[in-house]
Design a protein around this ligand. Structure first.
Ligand SMILES: [Zn+2]
Length: 469
């Protein structure tokens, strides 16, 4: 290759191929794809020195609803002293969902996406269900809002898979809920043609391969069998990933048993819908047998522990799932906190609290840092698998999506190469994240993004308009 267009970096430590390496530089071609690693003195001298930095793969946030950022901190009290649950929280979320304008949704998406980038996330799966106007009518462009959300991600430099959500009904034998009018697409044919339109729009602009479309039947309660099967069939033909909220709350399981006689994962398994393109978001209230169905089928499970603890959902049985070789990935979901490494450590911590035992998820593999490696992978490589993107690790042929960690930040200072990943996974603060690169392009430098000031001001404006305070 022409050495003139090659660029490279030499950090103190580098995580590649499951190992922390020092004295190793990595190089990319002009499109930001990693071409080689080298320890040759001439290469080390030619690479840009990232002194005092550990370089780690960019994180993959598999499950996000950006608009929910507007209710952060606005649901943390009881209404009239009544018991607060996921379902009462949902009413507050619907209130915001029905009032936001497309422009406000766009500005909120930019703020949430920017917060993701600043926390080391380089790819997001946006589970997008605000399709209609507030009264349920379609916009003249039915993908108006979806396109704005994709644009928001691309403007700040984040990779995005827009998971277009299919939503039919409030639930089994439930009357329509006015809070859901913006989500509903009445028939699967219309959902598919709308999705096709968005896919061709994304392909037309392409955004250098940094935006794609997937499909997401919202949940077992929000679809019926025929509607779900038609969309799943379309996803199979188009080889799109298919994401679905599954067993987040016991109430969802109870309704599924009432309608179909079995719980959600068993029902999906029976229809042949599990498989490598399928991601079950949450999958908290499952049986050990169902953990086996998810693992054996090659499905992914997207846990969202910071959101799940906030919404009182429960804790995912990561021990059952990982013991069976399942692919667990992570999402920020309701955006109560955007910190995928916190999600990673909570996978383990929730089980420690329940089982009164430490290092519960330690895999049977050599090396002291195997738990930290496994948890870091849930936040990176496993997410890439769920979203079917060629990212999540630093390897030849993958784009250089990476994070530069300041090894002098007090949250990780003093870590040796051998303990650096455990320091990062269990203790890293966002103050340590100094650089973020997507496809070899620097989007965060010295902990800041070029558009940060404007986006923050705009988002504060949205909050003022929405809440009047
Ligand atoms: Zn969700």
């Amino acid at each position: 290759m022409d050495i003139g267009i090659e660029r490279g970096w030499l950090p103190d430590f580098l995580l590649t191929n499951g190992e922390i390496k020092s004295g190793t530089a990595f190089f990319v071609d002009e499109s930001g794809i990693i071409t080689r690693f080298s320890q040759a003195p001439a290469d080390l001298a030619g690479a840009q020195r990232l002194k005092g930095r550990a370089v780690l793969p960019g994180l993959v946030n598999v499950h996000s609803h950006t608009f929910q950022r507007v209710i952060r901190g606005r649901t943390e009290w009881r209404n009239h002293g009544q018991r607060d649950t996921f379902w009462t929280w949902r009413e507050k979320m619907y209130d915001a969902a029905t009032r936001l304008t497309p422009e406000q949704i766009y500005q909120t998406a930019k703020a949430a996406f920017l917060e993701m980038l600043l926390s080391g996330i380089t790819t997001v799966g946006e589970f997008h269900y605000l399709h209609n106007q507030a009264d349920g009518k379609r916009y003249s462009d039915p993908n108006l809002i979806g396109k704005l959300v994709v644009q928001a991600a691309r403007e700040i430099g984040l990779r995005i898979v827009l998971l277009r959500t299919a939503y039919l009904r409030a639930g089994y034998e439930k009357p329509p809920n006015p809070g859901q009018t913006r989500f509903i697409t009445h028939d699967a044919g219309t959902f598919i043609s709308d999705t096709e339109e968005l896919s061709s729009w994304v392909k037309k602009f392409r955004f250098s391969g940094e935006a794609e479309v997937g499909v997401a039947p919202h949940s077992v309660r929000a679809v019926n069998r025929e509607y779900l099967l038609e969309i799943a069939d379309y996803a199979r033909q188009q080889e799109l990933c298919l994401h679905m909220h599954v067993s987040e709350q016991p109430g969802e399981n109870e309704a599924c048993v009432q309608e179909f006689g079995v719980s959600p994962v068993t029902w999906l398994e029976g229809m042949g819908l599990l498989g490598p393109r399928f991601t079950a978001v949450h999958a908290i209230h499952i049986t050990e047998t169902e953990a086996g169905f998810l693992a054996d089928s090659g499905s992914s499970i997207c846990a969202c522990p910071t959101s799940e603890r906030n919404l009182a959902d429960g804790a995912v049985r990561a021990d059952w799932l990982l013991a069976r070789g399942a692919n667990i990935c992570l999402g920020s979901d309701s955006q109560i906190q955007i910190d995928l490494l916190e999600d990673a450590r909570l996978l383990e911590y929730h089980l420690r609290m329940q089982q009164l035992e430490r290092v519960v998820l330690d895999p049977a593999a050599p090396g002291r840092e195997r738990l930290s490696h496994a948890l870091y992978e849930t936040a990176s490589k496993s997410g890439a698998k769920s979203l079917r993107q060629n990212v999540g690790e630093l390897a030849v042929g993958k784009p250089a999506d990476f994070v530069g960690i300041d090894l002098d930040d007090l949250s990780v200072a003093g870590a040796s190469p051998e303990t650096s990943l455990a320091n990062v996974v269990f203790s890293l603060e966002r103050t340590a994240i100094k650089e973020v690169y997507v496809a070899g392009r620097c989007v965060v430098a010295d902990g800041r993004h070029a558009l940060q000031g404007n986006i923050t001001v705009e988002f504060k404006g949205v909050q003022k308009e929405l809440w009047g305070e």
